[in-house]
Design a binder for this molecule. Structure first.
Ligand SMILES: *[C@@H]1O[C@H](CO)[C@@H](O)[C@H](O)[C@H]1NC(C)=O
Length: 358
């Protein structure tokens, strides 16, 4: 949905004015809710994801707690959301009021151009500050990772679960691996980068001899494991059903980041957008993601299965650094694509491979 707006500040040469430091919002969540109720309209939130129901958990929890304000979450691949937002910006239009994405470099670029509304919701001081910008231009929402092995423990005994990315090259896994095209998702691309940095390109050559099923989307491999009993393992996905689990490699480095959220400065509903930010990092909002098995971004809430503080072989900030260097990202993507081939298939949101979860 595109909303035309008049904002002259958005023309090509934007003056980046010094961002005055803002304070953490000291209002209670009910006071922010009261302010949001004075606004008219539906807050449009562009949500990065690769199955249509991925925002449902947070959307339902928000609607239950704040029934008098309307928020419309629309999910699509972060890289396409990015493109639509940037196209709207170029036309001085507003694509969404707020966005929650994986493509973290966008937040820096938009903040540098003065396009975001800095806001520090209550509990801002409780989040891992390395995951945010000190000015509150965006906030981390939940931890995410690719690299842990996804499998069914009733099918694969603990002793057989790979302990490293070298183990996945064992001939016993031939024909049983499902992975996301690294050239179709930058977080998977970064995982391949850290693995190849450790094991060399020979690792990829040998992986390609394992008759891997390559698919689009990071939910898809976990879903195929459930739907096709001949497939047994992935490390670019997450469990798609009860009974499935994931285990990180023992010491190999894997990829993680904090999916992050920002408000566009030209939102027509700034208080509703602030309410959303406040909810996302509230205990109630964090618990939605903890229940989905995702690490909390707050230091003061007991974490989920894999917590940011406990992880030893992943760092939540390095993917963001990788994403900022677009030339390196694109060069590596082409080197991978040369070996793996171009991503085949329609959007994972409509490809018919789907196990509803939320
Ligand atoms: C929600 O967003 C979608 C996608 O932009 C749009 O088609 C739909 O009309 C929106 N619904 C509401 C109630 O705003």
């Amino acid at each position: 949905m595109i909303f035309p707006t008049v904002y002259l500040a958005l023309t090509t040469s934007v003056l980046v004015t010094a961002v005055s430091s803002i304070d953490i919002d000291t209002r209670s969540i009910s006071a922010i809710y009261a302010a949001a109720q004075k606004e008219q309209g539906v807050l449009q939130v562009a949500y990065g994801g690769d199955e249509p129901d991925q925002a449902n958990g947070i959307a339902k929890a928000f609607a239950n707690q704040f029934p008098k304000v309307k928020v419309n979450f629309t999910t699509d691949l972060s890289k396409y959301v990015e493109g639509r937002i940037n196209k709207a910006i170029a036309n001085d239009e507003l694509y969404a009021d707020a966005t929650i994405l994986q493509t973290l470099h966008n937040f820096d670029a938009w903040a540098n151009r003065g396009l975001l509304l800095p806001y520090k919701p209550p509990h801002f001081d409780k989040i891992w500050l390395s995951l945010t910008r000190a000015d509150g231009s965006y906030i981390p929402v939940f931890g995410s990772h690719f690299g842990p092995f996804v499998y069914n423990p009733s099918v694969i005994p603990a002793a057989d679960v790979p302990k490293s990315y070298a183990d996945i090259l064992d001939p016993k896994w031939k024909g049983k691996i499902v992975l996301t095209y690294p050239n179709d998702d930058d977080a998977v691309l970064y995982l391949f980068k850290v693995i190849i940095e450790q094991y060399g390109w020979i690792w990829l050559d040998r992986l390609l001899q394992q008759d891997v099923q390559w698919v689009r989307g990071t939910a898809t491999p976990g879903e195929i494991l459930v739907l096709d009993p001949s497939k047994k393992i992935s490390f670019t996905s997450f469990p798609a059903a009860n009974g499935w689990t994931f285990t990180p490699p023992v010491s190999d480095v894997y990829t993680s980041w904090a999916q992050s959220s920002a408000i566009f400065k030209h939102t027509r509903l700034p208080e509703t957008a602030k309410l959303l930010q406040a909810f996302l990092i509230s205990e109630a909002g964090q618990n939605v993601y903890i229940q989905q098995g995702l690490p909390t971004v707050r230091r003061d809430i007991p974490g989920s299965k894999v917590t940011m503080a406990d992880d030893t072989n992943t760092e939540y900030v390095t993917f963001h650094q990788f994403m900022r260097d677009r030339a390196t990202v694109e060069a590596f993507r082409l080197q991978i694509e040369d070996k793996v081939g171009t991503a085949q298939g329609i959007s994972p949101l409509i490809d018919g491979v789907y196990i509803p979860r939320y």
